[in-house]
Ligand binder design. Structure first.
Ligand SMILES: Cc1ncc(COP(=O)(O)O)c(C=O)c1O
Length: 460
């Protein structure tokens, strides 16, 4: 990468401070401190504008740069594609659009059709429109409600927020789109069902209770994250997913799985739901699909769902009347295709599984040493450590202290980790780790050492 003078970087930081409105950020602090500006990345490392190198255990802050920074082969594929054809609207096909769709569904037995757009929120909104249109065309307007789960997140637009189970993302943005109904979370550490032996089944049965309360003939779909991400890295308890699938089948409720975070390898399988032997009706994905080298999201459906939108060619209203302008950008599928090839060629799914196990063990060791770690959770390179002020009462650690742990890792160890952020009042207390799929033991040890140091300094 071209290097610049110190003055150039100073100007960039000043321009950022003066002109850029950062996401999820209270800006008052930038009156006295510099915003973080990242100027370069290589492998698992990024450099800030002051030239300081950091180990990134977040894959770009939000589970995105999954195959790591500086992948010239992805950049080349995108460049070649842009020169050949940068864009054509989704009413037509393109070479990378067709090729990537074919490759993607080859990893998703039972799934069949890929609809392109460019953010996770948008991909989820497509599923809601599909559910609503099915409701009109098949059920005379019934079965239009969509269930979502407490603690899950499905995006930032008003309707995606209407299906959001995190109050701090929603508060002050209502009124919301009608027809979305919350079901309880399934986090066993925060047990809601007493000493239930089969916690997974009990947590899934809570969904059935909501369906019966609302009336099964009013409910069209259930959307869930396979493993909840920003709501606290929640791996569902044993038996949960199998029972959820049974319930959906019993009441003819479409199962939508939001793989925006887990999709394309994060948990060690191509998709998070594939750990549980279930068959969704729709799957959405974004973030890591092209590893952040281009914007792309996908809404993938079964052929059965797709067929509902082509069975009456004489009816001008029967097909999916949706459009996404930038769903026609070819850089997305070109970068996504290369990302998948890299994951295959470098056996990264295996690495995610092995290194994920190694990292979880490391977190368990930290938990044995630091009482402040109440629970360790995760699958693959998708891990979390819930911090508590008191292990017996499980009272969450003050979120200022949680943020101080994150800041300490940066300041003292130049390691970037994450934490649940503006999600649930009182429960923004889980440290989040999502290193790139190329992580090895030395990088993971560095992350663990940084966290150990921070917890020792701040909470011992
Ligand atoms: C599970 C999940 N779904 C959807 C989204 C929304 O994706 P986007 O920010 O690309 O709209 C996110 C973003 O964090 C997410 O974590």
């Amino acid at each position: 990468m071209e290097s610049h003078s110190d003055n150039f970087y100073r100007d960039v930081v000043e321009a950022d401070r003066a002109r850029v409105w950062h996401h999820l950020t209270q800006h008052k602090k930038f009156e006295t401190a510099d915003p973080l500006v990242i100027v370069k990345g290589e492998g698992m490392h990024v450099w800030n504008a002051a030239g300081r190198k950091h180990l990134d255990a977040t894959s770009g802050g939000v589970w995105t740069v999954n195959v790591g920074y500086g992948r010239a082969e992805i950049a080349d594929a995108v460049r070649d594609q842009l020169v050949a054809l940068p864009y054509y609207a989704g009413g037509a096909g393109t070479i990378p659009g067709a090729k990537f769709a074919e490759k993607l569904v080859s990893k998703m037995p039972g799934m069949s059709r890929v609809y392109y757009s460019n953010s996770g929120s948008e991909a989820n909104e497509k599923t809601y429109k599909i559910v609503r249109q099915i409701s009109h065309n098949k059920y005379g307007g019934k079965k239009n409600k969509i269930l979502y789960r407490e603690r899950d997140y499905h995006g930032t637009t008003i309707t995606a927020l209407s299906s959001g189970g995190q109050n701090e993302r929603k508060d002050q943005y209502g009124p919301f789109t009608p027809g979305f109904v919350e079901v309880p979370h399934c986090l066993e550490y925060r047990n809601q069902y007493g000493n239930e032996q089969d916690y997974g089944v009990a947590a899934a049965n809570a969904i059935e209770e909501v369906i019966l309360r609302e009336g099964a003939d009013t409910v069209g779909a259930l959307i869930l994250e396979p493993i909840t991400a920003g709501g606290g890295v929640i791996v569902p308890p044993q038996g949960y997913w199998e029972r959820v699938q049974e319930i959906c089948k019993k009441y003819q409720i479409l199962l939508i799985i939001d793989e925006v975070v887990c999709g394309v390898g994060r948990t060690g399988t191509w998709f998070g739901y594939q750990h549980y032997g279930i068959q969704p009706d729709m799957v959405t994905m974004a973030k890591g699909v092209a590893s952040g080298y281009a914007a792309i999201s996908c809404t993938v459906t079964t052929e059965e769902v797709f067929n509902l939108f082509k069975d009456d060619a004489d009816d001008p209203m029967s097909f999916f009347r949706d459009i996404s302008t930038f769903g026609g950008c070819t850089a997305g599928p070109a970068a996504a295709l290369k990302t998948m090839e890299i994951i295959e060629q470098e056996n990264l799914l295996d690495n995610v599984t092995t290194m994920g196990g190694y990292f979880l063990e490391g977190l368990e060791r930290l938990a044995a040493k630091h009482k402040v770690i109440g629970d360790v959770r995760g699958k693959g390179l998708f891990c979390g450590a819930e911090l508590v002020a008191d292990r017996d009462s499980k009272q969450p650690l003050d979120e200022k202290l949680v943020q101080a742990v994150v800041a300490d890792c940066v300041q003292n160890s130049a390691v970037l980790i994450g934490a649940t952020n503006r999600s649930l009042t009182g429960f923004n207390n889980t440290l989040c780790f999502s290193p790139a799929f190329i992580a090895g033991t030395s990088e993971l040890d560095e992350v663990l050492t940084a966290v150990d140091g921070a917890l020792t300094r701040l909470t011992a």
